[in-house]
Ligand binder design. Structure first.
Ligand code: ADP
Ligand code: MG
Length: 147
């Protein structure tokens, strides 16, 4: 699926739809440059899951857990991760293979430990179409597992 948005609100709304439809065990990785809208999208997901708490990028803590919604929500930002060992210290397997919903900002940095069932969301800009334009693609993580 590919969508195009022209405002943070539209990107948020797209995330909200994913959140409303998310199932236990879903793992999504968000790929895209700094400031492209990964966190805005994730905030929409949280709202779609019924989470009322404010969601911001856990850049320094790597993982933020939200228990207040329809399903547990695990928001990772692995931008500052040094190696897979650091993910092991967090106990990432309990989350990736658990019954909540995982969103992993910068997930492509930990490609080797992503589960088979994860889906990739790629957000990119196209400055020719304006500073607020974003193209958002939701795809399967592994070849042959696409939507
Ligand atoms: P990231 O988490 O990818 O680093 P953020 O979500 O924190 O990025 O920030 C995205 C920034 O881009 C916000 O300041 C937001 O207002 C702005 N923005 C402008 N247009 C869009 C859009 N179409 N979708 C998402 N964010 C947008
Ligand atoms: Mg972010």
């Amino acid at each position: 699926m590919t969508a195009e948005t022209n405002s943070p609100e539209e990107t948020f709304a797209l995330g909200r739809e994913i959140g409303k439809n998310a199932s236990p065990g879903d793992v999504y990785v968000l790929v895209g440059d700094l400031g492209v809208g990964k966190t805005v999208f994730t905030q929409g997901v949280a709202e779609g899951l019924g989470i009322e708490e404010a969601v911001c990028s856990p850049t320094f803590t790597i993982l933020q857990v939200y228990e207040g919604g329809r399903l547990p929500f695990y928001h990772f930002d692995v931008y500052r991760i040094k190696d897979a060992e650091e993910m092991e210290e967090i106990g990432y397997e309990d989350y990736f293979y658990g019954n909540g919903v995982c969103f992993v900002e910068w997930g492509d940095l930990i490609e080797e430990i992503l589960p088979e069932h994860c889906r990739k969301i790629v957000i990119c800009k196209d400055l020719g179409k304006g500073t607020d334009f974003r193209r958002i693609t939701v795809e399967g993580c592994r070849p042959g597992k696409g939507v």
